[in-house]
Design a protein. Sequence first.
Length: 141
Amino acid sequence: MAQEGKAMLGPVNHIALAVPDLGEAVERYRGMLGASVSEPEALPEHGVRVAFVLLANTKVELLEPIGENSPIAAFLAKNPSGGMHHICYEVADIIAARDSLVAAGGRVLGDGRPKIGAHGKPVLFLHPKDFFGTLIELEQV
Ligand code: CO
């Protein structure tokens, strides 16, 4: 039986993929995978244009950078053909989740205070080096 810690993580809210060309990515998901994909929208305050691949159990966000300060610009510079950028888990209480993580020795990016994310809900990002190279987003739902 799996060893479980204190229950913190809820469902996967989304998986975010950085892509160099959002229009091409949308067409590929629609055309080759038959996926239902939302129309792209710009979120300039978050430095991205985004479209959602809508799935039965979660969604995949296709992210294209906008501007020099985009949070995914550096990632795409290192991974020019794109790649998985982060996975987002839902939490019920983001402050409790942060405090528990920090008490266990984990690191939160930035100043440690939740910000309002691309979905209008409080989010935090956890240091990828603490999680085997994967950037984790926690979103309070
Ligand atoms: Co996200």
